[in-house]
Ligand binder design. Structure first.
Ligand code: PLP
Ligand code: ZN
Length: 384
């Protein structure tokens, strides 16, 4: 059964994506036990709305939880859930996998999404894996290098002129008519896939805070739903405090939260280096506000300078992420300073996507040249 998290209306049709009131639908909470198994899909299969057919898996999930050196300086125990190791280098693969299985179960031969980045690549890759046809809707202004990252999986890429913000809703309408299952940012099956991040974290530790870079709101909804189900099943005792992080240059959820509102408003003139989280009118915004209020969570926003600095610091300990994914670390620093995260607490920040997708524009780094016969002298100058 699907339920509206805002008005509570229920629907039998698992293919429906949004409530008649306009809000995103979600599966009723699951309760269950865990099993043994190599993949998170097997261990937590009782919590999934669809049988996980591992023949169509590309090895998504079961990502490393790495202890960060940055925590020491800040006086917290900081862990990084490294989602850059997923098959298409972002957490989107967890949700796409279940979305593709749903499409197959409903009998679709065609799937689609609306995205210029990680979700586009993810849906195209999993459609290729499953032998489905993919239709990726992008704005006509998309940069050529972004098209190339999607095109490698050979989907149809449809450049749409007109307001990009409306494409999400328009795609659902058109998909219904044309027989294309759209696995957009907060598709109910996608949210269920994201829960597995929480399951994996809980298998290793019990965090006090979980920090989530937030755009449409799908990821944090999945993560919170995952922990709620673990608690309702008696598998964890306490919920962590959830923190939704946005870039200051596009922070509609943060703004609504601090203003005490329960509805997001469209953010005017969005501008940030964190393009992967630049959704000015998040389709799950209202649902996120409600969940944060109900669970005692809160929001934060960080500026581009903080984001790029955090990205560099992560690289200095061997982790290369997208600017969007560095927002979590920038937020931890700020929130510890402000006393909103207590010293000594256990903090998990989700590294949502790989830095290779957006190489930094900064200089060439520490480079030195020499002739072959001068190599030893050269190595002396580099401190060898
Ligand atoms: C999609 C994405 C997010 C945000 O996820 P939402 O579900 O849209 O809130 C964060 N970081 C990266 C790298 C992403 O690709
Ligand atoms: Zn509703």
């Amino acid at each position: 059964m699907l339920r509206c998290p805002i008005c509570g209306r229920e629907y039998e049709d698992h293919g429906k994506m949004r409530c008649d009131c306009g809000e995103p639908l979600e599966f009723e909470p699951f309760r269950g036990r865990t099993h043994t198994g190599k993949s998170v899909w097997e261990r937590f299969r009782e919590f999934l709305p669809v049988e996980p057919d591992l023949n169509l898996s590309l090895g998504e999930g079961d990502t490393p939880l790495v202890k960060s050196r940055l925590g020491k300086e800040l006086g917290v125990r900081l862990y990084l859930k490294n989602e850059t190791t997923n098959p298409t280098w972002s957490f989107k693969d967890r949700g796409t996998f279940l979305g593709i299985l749903a499409a197959i179960r409903f009998g679709y031969r065609n799937v689609g999404t609306v995205s210029t980045g990680n979700m586009a690549a993810s849906v195209a890759a999993y459609a290729a894996r499953a032998g489905l046809k993919a239709h990726i809707l992008v704005p006509s202004s998309i940069a050529p290098e972004k098209v190339r990252q999607i095109a490698v999986y050979a989907p149809w890429i449809i450049k749409v002129e007109g307001p990009y913000g409306e494409l999400y809703y328009k795609s659902l309408e058109a998909g219904e008519k044309e027989g294309i299952y759209f696995i957009n940012s907060d598709n109910p099956f996608r949210i269920e896939g994201y829960k597995t991040i929480s399951f994996e974290i809980a298998e290793e530790m019990s965090p006090d805070y979980v920090i989530v870079p937030t755009s449409s709101g799908g990821l944090i909804r999945g993560i919170i739903k995952g922990f709620l189900e673990l608690r309702n099943s008696g598998l964890v005792e306490e919920l962590p405090t959830f923190i939704a992080v946005q870039a200051e240059g596009c922070s509609p959820i943060h703004r609504a939260f601090i203003e005490g509102k329960n509805r997001v408003e469209r953010f005017k003139n969005p501008h940030t280096v964190a393009h992967a989280i630049e959704n000015p009118y998040p389709p799950s915004g209202n649902a996120v506000l409600k969940l944060l209020r109900e669970t005692g969570g809160f929001t934060a926003a960080v500026n581009d300078r903080e984001i790029l600095k955090a990205r560099e610091e992560l690289a200095c300990e061997g982790l290369f992420v997208q600017p969007a994914s560095a927002t979590g670390i920038a937020a931890v620093k700020r929130l510890v300073e402000e006393g909103k995260i207590e010293k000594g607490s256990k903090v998990v920040s989700v590294l949502t996507g790989s830095g290779l997708k957006t190489l930094p524009a900064t200089g060439p780094g520490k480079v030195r040249g020499c002739r072959l016969e001068e190599l030893e002298d050269c190595l002396k100058t580099t401190g060898g």
